[in-house]
Design a protein around this ligand. Structure first.
Ligand code: CAA
Length: 293
């Protein structure tokens, strides 16, 4: 069944080489998924050689782990490892037909990096952003061809979470949207098409839950009480575990964006910003006691 709003899959372009901008937490995970599922070269870049090398090494290590678990043959391991390379030269993206970014959530940085990459790629190449809370249309504001840009939002851990939000801007054309839908299917994920609104669908709902949990703390309830109160819900993780998984800085950014967009419905949390600086909520090694705020 064709998902709501999806154009004909006949319009999809072939993806024969993938470019990944950013070599951090999310980029590493989806770079691995692209190489495993599409079996095409994946070239990855970050701000400098050291960050790029660290990303490539981490992906190679994950490939090794899959081999050790018996999920890849030795030939597959060697082939996939060779397919993942790093570069600090964006000219190496020239023959990529799908370029996806997952750098830090700063509008200007994302706009510049796409404008730079657009100088090298072909007219046919698609650009995708994994942004979780910025406007995809604004990210494409400096593009000569904004019709080739689409949001492609993964969830952490990428290997396990089945959903991708495909975000359509007013400019995204049918070829781009169709390529995104077919690519998501080839990655064996479930794709939904969302509008370009703050938080799309999932983070809007998640921000409510995470924001309420932080608000309870901000207004005097101890962390431990919120944590224990939410455990029996049967969710795979408590709100604080989820914040730790996605990263406290990312979590704080998501809450800020929602508060800015819908101030009457979402809280901002000063404590979450403090925790983001500390880098953790619970010191889980010392029996779950919060050393946070
Ligand atoms: N990377 C890769 N694989 C992972 C993983 C990771 N970080 N964590 C767990 N897995 C895999 C395990 O290898 C295991 O796979 P197999 O069964 O094939 O061996 C499987 O997931 C289950 O793992 P576990 O049994 O160890 O753990 P679990 O049953 O406790 O599940 C979990 C772990 C899948 C993370 C689960 O707790 C969960 O679903 N949590 C909620 C995650 C969530 O909501 N993510 C969305 C966050 S929002 C976001 O990402 C978007 C944003 O913009 C902020």
């Amino acid at each position: 069944k064709r998902p709501a709003g999806a154009p004909d899959k006949e319009l999809a372009r072939k993806v024969t080489k993938v470019g990944v901008i950013g070599a951090g937490l999310m980029a590493r995970q989806f770079a691995l998924l692209f190489v495993r599922r599409l079996q095409v070269p994946v070239v990855i870049t970050d701000l400098d050689q050291a960050a790029t090398d660290a990303g490539v090494a981490a992906i190679h290590q994950e490939i090794d782990k899959l081999y050790e678990k018996g999920r890849l043959s030795s030939d597959d391991k060697n082939r996939l490892t060779a397919l993942v390379t790093g570069t600090t030269n964006k000219e190496d993206f020239a023959d990529c037909d799908w370029v996806i970014e997952a750098i830090y959530e700063e509008l200007g940085a994302k706009q510049s990096v796409f404008a730079e990459v657009e100088q090298y790629i072909s007219e046919e190449a698609i650009l995708a952003t994994n942004t979780s809370s910025l406007s995809v249309e604004q990210i494409g504001a400096k593009l000569t061809h904004p019709e080739r840009l689409v949001g492609f939002h993964f969830f952490n851990p990428v290997a396990v979470m089945p959903l991708i939000e495909v975000v359509k801007t007013p400019h995204t054309n049918d070829e781009t949207l169709s390529t995104a839908m077919v690519t998501a299917k080839n990655l064996r994920k479930t794709a939904v098409i969302t509008t370009d609104t703050p938080g799309f669908v999932v983070n809007r709902i998640l921000a409510k839950v995470l924001g309420e949990a932080m608000h309870a703390v901000d207004t005097g309830t101890p962390f431990e009480v919120v944590e224990e109160s939410t455990r029996p819900f049967g969710l795979p993780m408590t709100p604080f575990e989820l914040l730790e998984l996605v990263g406290l800085k990312v979590g704080a950014h998501v809450l800020d964006t929602h508060h800015a967009a819908f101030p009457e419905r979402f809280f901002e949390s000063k404590n979450l910003h403090k925790l983001a600086e500390l880098g953790f909520i619970f010191d889980r090694d010392s029996k779950g006691k919060s050393k946070g705020v």
